[in-house]
Design a protein around this ligand. Sequence first.
Ligand code: HEC
Length: 127
Amino acid sequence: MKNIVQLLVVAIIGLTTYSCYHDKLPEPILEEEIIVDNVSFKDDIQPIFTQNCINCHNGTLPPDLRVGNSYSALTNGNFISPSNKAASILYKSLTGNGASQMPPSLPLEQAKINLVGQWIDQGALNN
Ligand code: HEC
């Protein structure tokens, strides 16, 4: 009987140690923001609008984000504060923080949001 108890104790300790070891959560992978130099409005930003925004922002709903109209619509409508993404309604709408979430159904991928933020912080040039 004593042997069985000893065996059980050993088994319990063994199992506990084993499961603790295997329950260890993997290290969280932190997504680093990739910094892109000289983000281009024409080549990097407009395609994001064309793909994700112009279903709705096609002339009647401001800002008009169609090719050729978007830059002036954004600057004239005060949707961007050049070099200050945090103060820009455009950026706030992409993060859903301080403005309505855009697109309303599903936020853009983080990499695209970062790209728009970097373009604004680099002066929001019509480049
Ligand atoms: C399904 C339709 C739809 C899509 C797609 C959409 N929007 Fe909008 N957007 C709206 C509506 C409706 C409003 C105005 C009402 C509101 O603010 O919720 C708006 C408002 C905005 C505003 C003004 C917000 C403010 O507070 O003045 C900005 C900037 C904007 N959208 C940017 C975008 C961008 C950039 C995209 C693409 C990444 C996008 N939207 C995609 C429907 C849409």
